[in-house]
Design a binder for this molecule. Structure first.
Ligand code: HEC
Length: 246
């Protein structure tokens, strides 16, 4: 018994450690204002994702024709989301090899199929809105949620560029550095428009990570009804069998 408890305790600690290592930094995450049943939002997010993210990232667990699940027709998928040579039955993969990409960026862009489950939607929503200019990095960009990330700010023409300054707070025997981001300038969108675009993108990434969430809930309900009918039938059958014995 004692050893079981020790094992459980060890598991619990290693889980906590891996969780905090995963979080990278201690930042305040903004709540992602998303609604997974809003088809227009999911479709807008799909457009942003396919046009801006699939150049580098794959979503290898998703086929283009699965986008019918967010209310798009096959014609709409073909017209708006496919590049020449791709078929609607294809997976969302990239043509560049991960090895080439590691050479270009220093780190390979990970597959984003289930990224919303890995990082959480609030993390994604904050990450995509917290890039800033940093001349000391290879890409010229940095990010407060993911420091020294190898990804450039691919949506900068929409959001604009933010400069940042480091504020150092000196206490007794310790020093605290905070990165303060200035308001972005030169983007084609207002802050409210950009936030909406990112919310839609994150909404779509949430759907992608769990495309059957809504169907599954409905299926669960049907299974319960079917089981109830079965119980009733079994009871009637039992009553019929025992009728003459009593
Ligand atoms: C120019 C190539 C490029 C494009 C385009 C791009 N990314 Fe990235 N992305 C990267 C690279 C490289 C990394 C790996 C960064 C690292 O590990 O330092 C990355 C990392 C990420 C991560 C963090 C992954 C993790 O959990 O470690 C997320 C989330 C992400 N990208 C989302 C997006 C989204 C959403 C888009 C589209 C709006 C996008 N990326 C477009 C190159 C790109």
């Amino acid at each position: 018994m004692k050893s079981v408890i020790t094992v459980l305790a060890t598991l619990a600690t290693s889980f906590t450690i891996s969780m905090s290592a995963h979080a990278n930094v201690d930042v305040q995450l903004d709540h992602a204002p998303i609604n997974p049943t809003d088809a227009a939002s999911l479709q807008a997010g799909a457009r942003t994702f396919v046009n801006n993210c699939l150049n580098c990232h794959s979503a290898g667990l998703v086929r283009y024709n699965q986008l019918k699940g967010i209310g798009l027709t096959e014609a709409q998928i073909k017209e708006n989301l496919l590049f020449t040579g791709q078929k609607v039955g294809d997976m969302m993969t990239v043509s560049a090899s991960p090895r080439d990409q590691r050479e270009w960026f220093g780190n390979a862009p990970p597959d984003l199929s289930v990224e919303a489950r890995v990082r959480g939607v609030d993390w994604l929503y904050t990450y995509m809105r917290r890039f800033y200019r940093d001349p000391s990095t290879a890409t010229g960009w940095n990010n407060t949620v993911f420091p020294n990330v190898a990804m450039p700010h691919v949506l900068w023409s929409l959001q604009g560029m933010s400069e940042a300054r480091v504020e150092v707070e000196k206490g007794e025997g310790h020093e605290r550095k905070t990165i303060v981001i200035e308001a972005p300038t030169g983007g084609s969108m207002t802050t409210a428009q950009y936030d909406r675009t990112i919310a839609d993108l994150v909404n779509f990434m949430g759907w992608m990570a769990e495309p059957h969430a809504i169907e599954r809930r409905n299926l669960g309900f049907l299974v319960l009804i079917a089981l109830s009918i079965l119980i009733l039938l079994t009871y009637l059958l039992k009553a019929a069998y025992w009728k003459d014995i009593h």
